[in-house]
Design a protein around this ligand. Sequence first.
Ligand SMILES: *Cc1c(COP(=O)(O)O)cnc(C)c1O
Length: 492
Amino acid sequence: MTKPDTAKTPHAPQSLAGTTLDPADWNTTRAQGHRMLDDMFDFLENLRERPTWQPMTKSVRDHFKEPLPQLAQSLESVYEEFTKFILPYSSGNVHPGFMGWVQGGGTSTGMLAEMLAAGLNANLGGRDHAPIAVENQITQWMRQLFGFPAEASGLFVTGASMANLIAVLVARTEILGKITRKTGAGAEGAKLRAYASVAAHSCVTRAMDIAGLGSDALRLIPIDSSHCMDMSALQAAITADKKAGLEPFLVVGTAGTVDVGAIDDLKSIGALCRKEGTWFHVDGAFGALAAFSPELAPRLTGIEGADSIALDFHKWGQVPYDAGFVLVRDGVKHREAFATPAAYLRRETRGLAAGEFWPCDYGPDLSRGFRALKTWFTLKTYGTEHLGRMITGTCTLAQYLEKKILAEPKLELMAPVQLNIVCFRYRCDDSDKVNTEIVADIQESGIAAPSTTTINGKRAIRAALFNHRTQTCEVDALFDAVLSFGKKRDKT
Ligand SMILES: *Cc1c(COP(=O)(O)O)cnc(C)c1O
């Protein structure tokens, strides 16, 4: 690396002995760091040799009861503990056998970018530096991907739960006016009503609660046979609420429900929102990135008309946790919901305190990490073409499993396979109990990690195929395991 000579200081470093946290010997740290990096590459390369998940033993659990460490330990010995007590007992979402819940698998690229980001230790609350430019570039890419205008604003957040909350707060401030941030939502706020389908993620309900509007102010609209929001029921609910003197202000459409991967009719929801004068938000936590896949993108038609979109790069996008994102069509409205003047955050026209876009004006966080970097590396090193192919591939794999289930009389498909989630069950008496046990049996066996969900009141085994590493061999292993554990459980 060449060093810019303008940055040279005339003073030699003279730290008080022992106060800095930098290593006394960089070479030892360097060698240890290289070992750790190599080990993680080995870990990722050989995941299939490990169980998907294994429960922590008592001694592992007890290991985390040590008191606050007072004295220094070597990096080497702490790393040794990591390899013994942490690495083997993580949840396994990196493993190709992981099919439980909606989680991404991460990548080696993302891992390396995380290391670089940690090395830079950038704080993306604001100011004038390249990391902010990287985050802004991702916003620009998301504008392009979803057909949003140049005034649209974007912000990295922990996950879609936070992104959905931000959308609710922006919609609330837009309808009640900026003054509501000072006065509280009050009597006007009590009249606000929002709408989402019963299949919407529970964090939407929680967002209403946290926003001070109350979870009761969210109407849960029934779904049709393909698990999409019933449009006539939505219209009826809005009409009835208006008649009752209430104020419908927000409709949340889901692009990819967690249970079965259904995509609401975003085009119709958008049209209805325009007619009724309500904010149109899309919870695209996992489904929005279907936009990378030429085969799947048409399913998202209508998303380009949304007022805001929540999405997660850490799910289908495979960016390491955490990397949620919110995109808001009108950046001014977004800013009005969060910006606050503070003397120590004074903006200047030049120097480091300059910068046009200060992310702290667009969400609740002031200090923020460099989530954008791992996303930037991921998008650049794979390109949307490869990412799109991987996303389509997870859906193809789901269809492969669906076919096997339909051909097996002992199994029952519980919902139409729309994207990459397959819900099914083992047919037997007391099937809720047996299927719950089958899932735990498979998880404990280490063969795979599916999860359970409830479809139409019945317990189902859910295989959510998000991990880019999962292949037909893992799906076959899951299938065989369900049949063999099912047979065992059914007899007892
Ligand atoms: C995962 C998910 C969420 C929650 O997102 P987090 O990133 O876990 O906060 C919300 N909605 C849907 C549809 C999801 O799949």
